[in-house]
Write a new protein. Sequence first.
Length: 601
Amino acid sequence: MERVVFLLVLASACSVLAQSTYYSSYYGLKLTQADVDQYTSNGTLANCTNLIAPCDPNEPRRIDGTCNNLNFPSYGATRTPYYRILPATYYKPSSTVFDPQRTKSGKEPQLARKVRTSFFAEGRVDDEVLASGTTHFLVFFATDITNTRDTTNYVSWRTYCCKPEGAADTACAPNLVPETDYVHRFSGIRCLNMTRPLTFQTSGCLPPTTTPLRIVDATPTHDLSPVYGNVAEPARRTFSGGKLKTVEVNNRSFPDTSSIGLLLGINFFGIIFFWRHHNFIATQLAAVNPTWTDEQLFATAREINIAYGNQLLHYELLPLFMGHDYMVKRGIIQTGAGFRETYKETLKPQISLEYPVVLRWLHTLQDGDLRMYYTNGTLHSTFPVVDLTSNTDFLKEGDNMDYVTQGCFRQPTANSKDYIVDPDIVERGLGRLQQSNDIMTNDLAKNRYFGFQSYIHYREHCFKQKITTFDDLIGIVDTVRITQLKALYEDVADIELLAGLWVEKQAAGTHVPPTFACLVGDQLKHSIHSDRHWYERQNRPNAFNAAQLAEIRKAKVARMLCDIGDAVTVIQGRAFELPSIDNPMVSCKDIPAIDFTKWKA
Ligand SMILES: *[C@@H]1O[C@H](CO)[C@@H](O)[C@H](O)[C@H]1NC(C)=O
Ligand SMILES: *[C@@H]1O[C@H](CO)[C@@H](O)[C@H](O)[C@H]1NC(C)=O
Ligand SMILES: *[C@@H]1O[C@H](CO)[C@@H](O)[C@H](O)[C@H]1NC(C)=O
Ligand SMILES: *[C@@H]1O[C@H](CO)[C@@H](O)[C@H](O)[C@H]1NC(C)=O
Ligand SMILES: *[C@@H]1O[C@H](CO)[C@@H](O)[C@H](O)[C@H]1NC(C)=O
């Protein structure tokens, strides 16, 4: 009898252990014990598999992104694959080397640095409409779905890529600088550090003879993972009042980011804002529901924060860039305020490899200086944004955070239509971490190492329009830029995707090139339709009710900065746009706020 009881206990202990299941990170398929043994014996279990607790169809969104798609529970988590909009194309000198595609006539392409410096002069010209907060938020939403490991690779792990040792490491892919370079002919710098993307192949998950595929290192949905983490991270929580951990400096609250790795300065603003916003929401919920537990407050505040962020991104920020009508026409947003059943379970929650590279076009509107303002709008001082990298303490000094917050809605972005880019972004992009770094040259080089097809193929994908000669670009690209393209590329088919975006004329009423809008639009649609937990749905676990969704629809960056910004008492209603006669400053009291009593249990 005792023996039977013992066996029963043992059996139930085993079933608890056996509940979690290993999935192959790449294929997303359940692994047998024999598979797991193989991954264990060759040392790739941690890098090449996802361990997933059983999915409950009624549970809300998990922090680690698993179980979003019940048929493919690992997709949605980190260490999963990107998909490609168009198939890869590489130059293959051997079975394991995948080099950037050669030109149509078989030559190596021009140096990425040469292409970048040919298209863009360096200087500072302001945009007339966009406020710099747009770039803070766009960078934040970009790091929500991708991450900085590729940068860490050459900054911290492979520091020799520009030295002779670098030649022996195929992971090194430094950008050579031509001797005639307008800037570096004076500095003597001839090489900028860079590494190839980390892939399933470099992690040992797939044979090195297969086409390289980058690994998604953040959860690939817009779920505010820079704030909540990509895996459950209890260290970020206080476990009281549903709040996230903060550090108080000068009576201002900052995220406790001790558990976050390399923190690029410009990424920090979104983290501060949404971190504080979580605690703001938790406080409001606690006032309405004094009996709620920490867990209830945390989960509900997170749900609201994510929905608020998505409403802000899709309904306020991106329409400003891509055009409201375009967003509606593509079905990314709706004109009504009610629920929307968007879910298609055949789509996996993934992002395209093209998406983060296309987003890099936005570096053309990044200003190198943070302009800091008094609350009355007078300029206080400026600070180079690249120097915030690894030095975010600057924001904690004195009243700096107040001044910088004013800058979010008072400082213009750089103009993106003038072929002028900020010298800090293209010469000292990583601040003190590198002697010199050209973010936009890196962007083009990465485009090449990802093996993207030519710009003209993406143009055809988007607009069903065949381009076979440089003259076919007339109307799409300014004539002077076509002349430049001819000087840099032998054939129109040699133009890389990002280079095409750099020269494409922006459509009237937008702030982006049409192919950017198309490819970003593709991704947003995919992201919305593949997300079972999308906030506009009624039929999902823990869905908002109609009254709650109506409150979420009030999301506006002006309201958010009033709620969580230091010393913000007046702000223009459309705070992603600069203040103007049509967009006057108003008191925070006059900007509609969320009514949290709608969450009263
Ligand atoms: C995981 O992959 C990284 C490179 O992406 C590598 O440095 C590390 O050694 C791998 N870990 C294991 C356990 O294989
Ligand atoms: C390790 O084993 C797994 C499972 O068999 C296999 O898919 C993977 O390619 C192997 N990796 C290496 C580096 O041998
Ligand atoms: C600190 O902030 C709290 C609330 O945010 C405020 O009540 C208090 O007066 C502030 N203290 C100082 C010294 O500014
Ligand atoms: C704005 O405030 C600063 C600091 O209090 C002050 O020095 C400046 O004169 C003010 N500017 C205007 C236009 O009032
Ligand atoms: C490249 O990295 C090495 C090692 O960190 C560094 O000494 C060198 O200055 C870097 N090169 C540039 C151009 O920043």
